[in-house]
Design a protein around this ligand. Structure first.
Ligand SMILES: [Zn+2]
Length: 232
């Protein structure tokens, strides 16, 4: 489950992870807390007499199309952006979705992002929903789920957000589909080169740290909750 502040954030930063899990027979679900109608739709606002409602419609179409390429379902919360505010009702909805879907892994934004007011809000809500879904408080009083792994994806401004990757995911196999999904985001085509280069860059680090020398494209994540293992 990927929780994205704006409609497109999930794709650039974790589209490969989503494509990979589906390719391997798993399921992926995306929560888009807003359509990114003000924050990430710059190209659309260049059109004269553009409206918020129309921008939202176009973003929804693009995002559904990109998610379909990767085989993921999308839930749009339509909470508005700049600022994004996740209120009690939205928090309950997110928690319910988490309880229903019972994800193995939850991915969201970093806790800190000096360039963006909405990404930390998505982080806060996701961490809180996860705690509620796994039964913080009195577990017996709620339906609870097995604690999913918690990751943050790589932010746009890596260093400024205190992001320190400890997980590199090989997305080489699924990268053609991520590329196709990125092509569906007509309003943000300026992002494609940037995230293609980053995937190459992350793969070069991954080759250094891992055993897979064939890795061409990778996504970086930071795992926030300790991993429990039987053996090292
Ligand atoms: Zn965003």
């Amino acid at each position: 489950m990927v929780v994205s502040a704006h409609a497109g954030d999930w794709l650039w930063r974790s589209g490969g992870a989503i494509g990979k899990v589906v390719q391997d027979g798993g399921e992926a679900v995306i929560v888009a807390l807003s359509f990114g109608e003000r924050g990430e739709s710059g190209e659309l606002w260049k059109q004269p007499e553009q409206t918020v409602e129309n921008v939202k419609k176009i973003r929804e179409r693009e995002v559904r199309s990109a998610a379909a390429v990767l085989g993921a379902a999308v839930h749009f919360f339509d909470l508005g952006d700049y600022p994004l505010i996740v209120d009690r009702a939205a928090l309950d909805r997110l928690t319910e979705l988490m309880r229903d879907f019972e994800p193995d892994a939850v991915i969201t934004h970093t806790e800190m992002d000096p360039a963006n007011p909405d990404h930390p809000e998505a982080h806060r809500a996701t961490v809180l929903a996860r705690k509620l879904a796994i039964g913080a408080g009195v577990p017996a009083a709620f339906k609870t789920i097995t604690p999913p792994a918690l990751y943050v994806f790589e932010p746009h401004h890596t260093e400024l957000c205190g992001f320190s990757p400890n997980t590199y995911l090989d997305i080489t196999e699924t990268f053609p589909r991520k590329t196709e999904a990125m092509a569906r985001m007509a309003a943000q085509q300026y992002m494609v080169d940037h995230y293609t280069q980053r995937a190459e860059n992350r793969a070069s680090f991954g080759r250094r740290f891992g055993r897979n020398q064939a890795m061409r494209y990778a996504e970086a994540f930071q795992r926030l909750i300790p991993e429990v293992v039987d053996t090292l």
